[in-house]
Design a binder for this molecule. Structure first.
Ligand SMILES: C[S@@+](CC[C@H](N)C(=O)[O-])C[C@H]1O[C@@H](n2cnc3c(N)ncnc32)[C@H](O)[C@@H]1O
Length: 203
């Protein structure tokens, strides 16, 4: 998702008080657990989660300013427990200097062509990169409408030594607390079911 011609997006993003360059021990005023979302888009999920869970710190990573600016526009009061980073997920080990406790991958780009496998956010190379930002237990939560990406992810997590703690082919029928993302809203309005998994690994 890339929105074109968003006036001043670069300036707005780089000067916004919730946008950080590095995630380190001084980012938040407390030592609460940190949850990360990669591919935050226009922010609905993370803004909703930060409001629902004030004792968890949330950080959203988005690679396009033109998208991130839309998330920032939705924020009136600055929450203590919410930050954003304008970086590519491939660089997380350079910019994340603390350990996180959970990672959300919501409606990630599916990259259907085989030659683009390494760009999928659940490919083994990304799973190896995520190990650098977790301490002892990796917890990854994925939601997607895309059945091929979901099947690929299930295989990838299993191959890489993860336990699948929960798997659903129709998340909205489950008894689970769920904050909707922009894409989730759009797809479920069209009648699509949402695939969901929670993958866990001890390192
Ligand atoms: C399909 S959209 C989904 C947005 C949102 N998570 C949702 O569910 O509505 C995927 C988002 O991930 C971002 N993205 C894709 N690859 C990324 C990467 N390598 N690093 C950071 N953001 C990425 C895109 O720019 C886009 O905003």
């Amino acid at each position: 998702m890339r929105l074109r011609n968003v006036k001043n997006a670069k300036v707005i993003v780089s000067s916004h008080p919730l946008v950080i360059k590095n995630l380190n021990q001084n980012t938040f005023v407390n030592n609460n657990p940190i949850h990360l979302e990669i591919g935050t888009g226009k922010g609905d999920f993370l803004i909703g989660m930060a409001s629902a869970f004030p004792n968890i710190n949330f950080v959203g990573i988005e690679k396009y300013e033109s998208v991130l600016v839309r998330a920032l526009e939705k924020i009136d009061e600055l929450p203590n427990n919410l930050r954003f980073m304008k970086i590519d997920a491939r660089e997380i080990d350079k910019y994340i200097k603390v350990k996180i406790e959970a990672l959300y991958l919501n409606f990630s780009d599916p990259w259907p062509k085989n030659r683009h496998e390494k760009r999928r956010l659940t490919s083994p190379n990304f799973l190896a990169l995520y190990e650098t930002i977790f301490a002892k237990h990796i917890n990854i939560y994925q939601k997607t409408d895309n059945k091929s990406l979901f099947a690929y992810s299930l295989t990838s997590f299993s191959k890489c030594g993860y336990t699948l703690k929960r798997v659903s082919l129709d998340l909205h029928k489950e008894d689970l607390f769920n904050v909707l993302t922009e894409y989730e809203n759009k797809f479920s309005e069209k009648g699509e079911t949402i695939n969901y998994l929670h993958a866990n690994k001890k390192i």
